[in-house]
Design a protein around this ligand. Structure first.
Ligand code: AMP
Length: 581
């Protein structure tokens, strides 16, 4: 965890950027930010070993924005990202951090997006480009993108770009950037191909990584629930229904999130309050006091505000937003299991954040138990139990002889059984919180986050895809599909993976073998894809050609242009000879 006294202003960022940070509600730099920002501000290149969730986007975006020359209206920063989603996300981050920079412009460019719109925007002039390698290269070839004024190049999720077969494109783009550029390369792992790129382009770069200390956290059972960002609130409300807890602390990343989540929980009837660094000391003390006395059950806090919090009642810690590093995780869960009590910690993590989970297990020397999002049946059991408890308490504690007369008279006059009358009353009572709720299905994620393994960089890493086989990396059954884009269209495996991953939302590791033929290509994809996805993929364009994806009737094993090892005939020619490993 970063040092207490550190804030963004002490890192040397300019006033407009600090104002924007105030608006987004960041309280303190994350460890990767604290290390990267001063170096990038000084013009150094960096090699960051950091995964999603560590705050790496701001780690490069903030200092590079700080160094931008507002008087130059052509691309000064280029960020390469593996997927359309990441490119959009990074461009959005640049937009929010540049809120108070006059006339600032950023453009995301990625495949599948209308080319004319991109060309128009590029003509008008933009200062920051965030793009996927294939489309950036297309623009370079068309001469619609000029890199001559580029001062900084960022490779975001470099290992993912490698895995998706983009490494040749990345290197070609790098060779087009001015020689004296500043570089920032972020990668969760450092496979040989990435190291090679780093050695060639990032000479003298400073390495930035977060050290992992081990700490024991006995008496705290640790769980992880795999959930997308957009479903976290839904998952949280379900967890709150089935968990029995005394006091609880929910960790989020920003001050604004503490307030928003507290309001949402209050609206659902929970005694919840926000705790953040914007509040006065007095307000914070009052909140903690109320939590101690049991006047309040849930506190939603940022790391900074909860530092040193010692309340014995806290029996559950929810990591709603994933912590930046293992140290911060250990600190957070240490808010429970106080004074020799048992504690429980639940962590929400998106599939992309798997890597931190393994770091946490290593750091705490304890396994994280997968936690299933509570189902409608579980919630139903809990609600019925609660309903019965309330009923029993009323039976024991209330005198309702006069009401009883009303009920008996009502049943007698209408010749109704008391059973029916009681059921009708129960039905009315549960209307607001149905005993048999109908809940929307949340997307299921592979619970076993370890399965992803420490994916070893594959030897076939220059644009190659996996061996032919019947299963994807997530052990899903595969089927062969044909697309009407081939060698004559100059398509590369990276283009195909990029288009399918982006348009169908299929994780790149579940896109199997790709065989590029003269007029068409064959690609192994998970079998049983929904009809609408297949329909959509027919229209998606790669290299200006509609894919017209359809199941390959000849079977996936056919074709002479297999891309297994040794089938060099299909391999994209390397731009330059590479050292043998
Ligand atoms: P990243 O690792 O760049 O994908 O960032 C993950 C999330 O952390 C994003 O939602 C950011 O908005 C958020 N974030 C990044 N830096 C900070 C910070 N210093 N304080 C609070 N939230 C942050």
């Amino acid at each position: 965890m970063s040092d207490d006294s550190l804030d963004f202003a002490t890192l040397g960022l300019s006033a407009p950027i600090l104002s924007a940070l105030k608006d987004v509600g960041y309280e303190q730099p994350s460890p990767i930010q604290a290390q990267s920002i001063p170096l990038l501000l000084e013009g150094e290149s960096i090699l960051g070993v950091a995964q999603t969730g560590t705050g790496k986007t701001a780690a490069f975006a903030l200092p590079l924005l700080n160094r931008l020359d507002p008087s130059i209206n052509s691309p000064q920063i280029i960020v390469l990202a593996p997927t359309r989603e990441l490119a959009i996300q990074v461009a959005e981050a640049f937009k929010s951090y540049s809120k108070y920079l006059p006339e600032f412009s950023v453009l995301p460019i990625y495949g599948g997006q209308d080319m004319r719109g991109q060309l128009r925007s590029l003509k008008r002039g933009v200062q920051v480009i965030v793009g996927t390698p294939g489309r950036v290269l297309d623009h370079l070839k068309r001469k619609s993108l000029d890199l001559s004024a580029i001062r900084a190049v960022v490779l975001d999720e470099a290992d993912e770009m490698l895995r998706m077969g983009f490494i040749d494109d990345v290197e070609e783009i790098l060779s087009n950037a001015p020689g004296d550029c500043q570089y920032a390369l972020f990668s969760a792992t450092m496979p040989p191909a990435i190291k090679r790129v780093a050695e060639q382009y990032l000479k003298g770069a400073k390495e930035v990584r977060i050290a992992t200390k081990t700490s024991t956290v006995e008496r705290i059972s640790q769980h992880v629930l795999m959930v997308d960002n957009s479903h976290k609130l839904d998952a949280l409300t379900r967890v709150l229904e089935v968990e029995t807890f005394d006091g609880m602390i929910i960790f989020v990343r920003t001050k604004s999130a503490t307030v928003e989540l507290a309001e949402k929980l209050q609206a659902r009837g929970y005694a919840a309050e926000a705790l953040n660094g914007d509040q006065t000391q007095k307000i914070r003390e009052q909140t903690i006091d109320r939590l101690k006395k049991g006047l309040l059950d849930i506190v939603i806090a940022t790391d900074v505000a909860a530092r040193g919090l010692d309340v014995e009642r806290i029996s559950l810690v929810m990591n709603y937003d994933i912590p930046y590093d293992t140290e911060s995780y250990v600190h957070r869960i240490g808010r429970t299991g106080r004074a020799g009590r048992e504690g429980k910690a639940i962590l929400f993590a998106a599939p992309k954040e798997r890597r931190l989970l393994r770091d946490i297990e290593r750091a705490t020397k304890q396994a994280l138990t997968p936690y299933e999002t509570p189902s409608a049946e579980q919630i139903s059991i809990n609600r019925i139990q609660q309903f019965q408890d309330n009923l029993l308490s009323t039976l024991e504690n209330q005198d309702f002889s006069r009401i009883k007369d009303v009920v008996l008279k009502f049943a007698e006059e209408r010749e109704l059984s008391l059973e029916d009358v009681a059921s009708a009353l129960a039905f009315q009572l549960q209307m607001e919180q149905p005993l048999f709720p109908i809940l929307r299905e949340l997307p299921k994620h592979d619970k076993d986050f370890r399965r992803d393994g420490d994916r070893k960089p594959r030897r076939r890493e220059r644009g190659e895809r996996g061996e032919r086989g019947g299963r994807g990396r997530d052990d899903v059954a595969m089927q062969c599909y044909r697309i009407e884009v081939g060698r004559k269209h100059h398509v590369s495996p990276g283009d195909i993976v990029g288009a399918i991953a982006n348009e169908a939302g299929i994780e790149s590791r579940n896109i199997g073998h790709i065989a590029i033929h003269e007029n068409f290509s064959l690609v192994d994809l998970p079998s049983g894809m929904p009809g609408e996805v297949l329909q959509h993929l027919q229209k998606v364009r790669v290299k200006q050609q509609q894919m017209k994806l359809k199941p390959d009737t000849r079977g996936s094993k056919g074709g002479s242009g297999g891309r297994g090892r040794g089938s060099n005939s299909d391999r994209r020619p390397s731009r330059k000879p590479k050292p043998r490993s």
